[in-house]
Design a protein around this ligand. Structure first.
Ligand SMILES: [Zn+2]
Length: 193
């Protein structure tokens, strides 16, 4: 049946990740940290790497987490991976590679912000992940229970020290950035098949 065949082909070529991967991440990290068999540890590392690489299907790219709601799936998985840094470093080169991949899914938490005369915003923020090039479009998440639709802002500058303390400049925007707001790569929010 042509329809079924084409569908099968599509699935065979399009590797996908599902929101369940977020729930599975701590289980896979436990296997890496406490598992007895190297083959299983390597398999868990590979699955986590795939979970960061693959795109979810449309409408399945976001998960609610204890810290933010509607977080891009890859960034939520990456944050759990970063949370087990010591265990991954102990796994040598492959653990380090996975951490490096996870660190590309940065997150910034705004701690203090000052509105400038031109309408731009200078803020002190905590950076998780690797410093990145600007300008870049970022997704803004405001703390609950402030209700705001998901929005994006442009970040024109980032300077960060080794501790992760960062100074950022956000381009003029009508949106508010209350302290505790967080930023994610906007491109991660668009990762969908
Ligand atoms: Zn991401």
């Amino acid at each position: 049946m042509p329809h079924r065949l084409s569908r099968w082909r599509w699935c065979a070529h399009a590797a996908m990740v599902f929101p369940a991967a977020y729930a599975a991440t701590p289980i896979l990290l436990d296997l890496i940290e406490h598992g007895q068999r190297p083959r299983i540890k390597d398999a868990a590392l590979g699955l986590l790497s795939n979970a960061l690489d693959y795109f979810p299907t449309v409408g399945h790219n976001r998960v609610d987490t204890p810290y933010d709601i509607q977080v891009p799936l890859c960034c939520a998985i990456a944050r759990r991976i970063r949370g087990r840094r010591a265990a991954l470093l102990a796994r040598g080169i492959h653990g380090k590679q996975l951490l490096a991949e996870a660190d590309l899914h940065w997150r910034l938490t705004i701690e203090e912000a000052e509105l400038q005369a031109d309408g731009s915003l200078t803020a002190i923020a905590a950076l998780e992940g690797t410093p990145f090039q600007t300008p870049v479009e970022a997704e803004l998440h405001v703390p609950q229970p402030v209700e705001q639709p998901l929005q994006t802002v442009w970040m024109d500058a980032l300077t960060a020290d080794a501790s992760g303390t960062a100074c950022i400049e956000l381009r003029q925007t009508p949106f508010k950035h209350p302290p505790g707001s967080s930023l994610y790569p906007a491109e991660c929010g668009r990762r969908e098949h």
